[in-house]
Design a protein around this ligand. Sequence first.
Ligand code: G
Ligand code: G
Ligand code: NA
Ligand code: MN
Length: 252
Amino acid sequence: LGLLGDLRRALDAGDVELHYQPKVRFDGHVSGLEALVRWVHPDRGRVPPDEFIAIAESSGLMPRLTEYVLETALAQVARWRAMGLEVPVAVNVSPRDVHSPGFAGAVAARLARHRVPPGALQLEITEHVLLEDPQRAADTLAGLTAHGVKMSLDDFGTGYSSLVHLRRLPVSELKIDRSFVARLAVDNEDAEIVRCTLDLAHSLGLLVVAEGVEDDETWERLRDLGCDAVQGWLVAAAMPPDETTAWLRARG
Ligand code: G
Ligand code: G
Ligand code: NA
Ligand code: MN
């Protein structure tokens, strides 16, 4: 499979890009930007992230990918801060990253090197971090949180026994998976799931972001249900850095 070697070379050459998708509150405030990797293969064209992330995951290249994404995202955060744009950036990290010894320290060192305050970085994890070694994962996340890095629980509702995990993970934000959000306005069961998730998350003091918001009706329902922020094509798709800068400036 040549794709793995190509991906490794693309990371070394800096040919993998990050695009940024806003998370916005209902009053319009931009609460963060999620970094999403984009890779255009010289022969095959755009490779879907799901595809090459799975390859990185199964081949052991994931730590390298995450390191690349963190480095690129923090350099961008520093540039935005220099322009007076102080929006936090969220980076997706895999269970493998969270289990690798020294991960919390490496993140802290990287923040220091870029002179980015820890509160300007969010890490998006999934419940899968607790599958392998829950204690080590909890320790790593506690270390990151103690340093001031914000943790966000991604794809909520798609894992197993989510409630147990919520209590064990030091997260400050929960993202409701878009599979529950997409048909919220037309499906009563999905609406109930979202309502219960909001109740639960808020009772635990978490902020809630709804993913995959594509239309006004869904936006209004989420607002009326007391959701904190949304992410989705209705607001903006993931944008290249320059377009993101323009988007942020246009928002004031
Ligand atoms: O961006 P969509 O943009 O197509 O992303 C598809 C999947 O890839 C999502 O599950 C998303 O979380 C994941 N993904 C995107 N960028 C990254 C990244 O930098 N690291 C990891 N681990 N996953 C990512
Ligand atoms: O797993 P994660 O939540 O990180 O995945 C983010 C994925 O969702 C990316 O592939 C991103 O491009 C996609 N996405 C973002 N906004 C929307 C949306 O409004 N609708 C749909 N269908 N996908 C979206
Ligand atoms: Na994510
Ligand atoms: Mn998600």
